[in-house]
Design a protein around this ligand. Structure first.
Ligand code: GTP
Ligand code: MG
Length: 173
């Protein structure tokens, strides 16, 4: 078992390429109301969770809700790829503004496995080069997460580690 220690009040950013299992992990470990997913917010603002033209508005709305939850002292999980520094910077900033610890959970599965899963999904239509770019962004992210301000960086490598992960909440006081 891999125990992931997370403060009771945290902003958790899931980090992983498409098909790495972020949404599955979020469903397994967190309550639905704790999870803010970019897909759900695209659907909310555009009636289509794949409408990439809605991404900017969807993330605006997601950040707004995240900030509101943190102000209210609620653990919040962001289910998006979070592969680019600029995507993560807003989350770290929101956490800091609310005196909440930003935590990253990286799901790192082989690109071929993620592709196999993604290829079979009607709602994922991008090509292999897009996934390869995500994989490059992921590799680059490793060296950056702590520097960006994530106070804990949990890395789960491969299916076995992801399957065996359990979350343990640390009391704040
Ligand atoms: P995006 O939303 O595209 O970024 O992907 P994601 O990282 O949220 O992946 P998601 O959780 O949607 O998983 C993608 C596919 O892989 C789904 O069809 C899942 O059923 C499958 N999958 C995810 N995690 C597991 C796992 O632990 N075991 C198995 N067998 N399948 C999994
Ligand atoms: Mg997902």
């Amino acid at each position: 078992m891999t125990t992931l220690d997370i403060p009771e009040l945290a902003l958790v950013a899931l980090v992983g390429i498409s098909g790495s299992g972020k949404s599955t992990f979020a469903r397994r470990h967190f309550r639905p109301s704790q999870v803010l997913s970019s897909d759900a917010f695209r659907a909310m603002v555009a009636d289509d969770e794949n409408d990439q033209s809605a991404s900017a508005d969807a993330f605006d709305a997601l950040h707004h809700v995240a900030a509101t939850r943190l102000r209210r002292g609620r653990l919040t999980v962001v289910d998006a790829t979070n592969l680019q520094p600029h995507a993560r910077a807003g989350l770290v900033r929101a956490a800091r503004e609310h005196d909440v610890l930003p935590v990253a959970i990286v799901l790192d599965v082989p690109e071929a496995l993620a592709w196999e899963r993604t290829e079979g999904r009607a709602d994922r239509t991008f090509g292999r080069p897009v996934l390869a770019r995500m994989q490059r962004d992921l590799r680059r992210s490793y060296g950056q997460l702590a520097r960006e301000g994530f106070r804990k960086v949990h890395v789960l490598r491969g299916m076995a580690e992801i399957d065996a992960a359990e979350i343990r909440y640390e009391k704040l006081f």
